[in-house]
Design a protein around this ligand. Structure first.
Ligand code: CMP
Length: 140
């Protein structure tokens, strides 16, 4: 997912070029503007963290681009391409990563990646199953 900061700063096309250069296939994509209940549901595992209210404000601040990416070992390969959660750390440890190039800090880190096969299945269903569409504000 390209997050609201990445969409706002017009980094979406450059990120998609980097995705394709790394031999991922973009299987599906959808623009979505998460409302509060959808953002809370998406990030439910972080609901006890101090940064959660701020994360929800951020994630509802504008549209995101959700994508289904395909490649062998896609979950690990994508996490490697995006780099560490904190964009400042990414600039030191993985300077060519997407978060290093386009993110700003721990929260405004431009992109999200599923952290396991199970999370990927859940998150793909979250964005692309018809059932969920009524719970989110669709921008396009
Ligand atoms: P993401 O990989 O989408 O998963 C959870 C998100 O919470 C993370 O990216 C960041 O946007 C945000 N996040 C994680 N840690 C922090 C933190 N310490 N402070 C603020 N936001 C954070």
């Amino acid at each position: 997912m390209v997050k609201p900061d990445g969409v706002r700063a017009n980094h979406t096309d450059a990120i998609k070029e980097q995705i394709q250069a790394a031999s991922f296939a973009i299987i599906s994509q959808k623009w979505v503007h998460l409302n509060e209940s959808a953002a809370i549901a998406f990030y439910a595992e972080h609901s006890n963290r101090a940064f959660f209210p701020s994360l929800i404000d951020f994630m509802t601040s504008g549209p995101v681009l959700a994508m289904v990416l395909e490649k062998p070992n896609a979950v690990a390969e994508w996490r490697s391409l995006i780099g560490p959660t904190d964009s400042q750390e990414a600039r030191l440890d993985a300077p060519d990563s997407i978060r290093a190039r386009y993110g700003r800090d721990k929260q405004n880190n431009c992109v999200h990646g599923s952290d396991s096969q199970e999370a990927a299945a859940r998150e793909i269903s979250f964005f692309f199953d018809e059932y969920h569409q009524s719970e989110m504000k669709l921008d396009a």
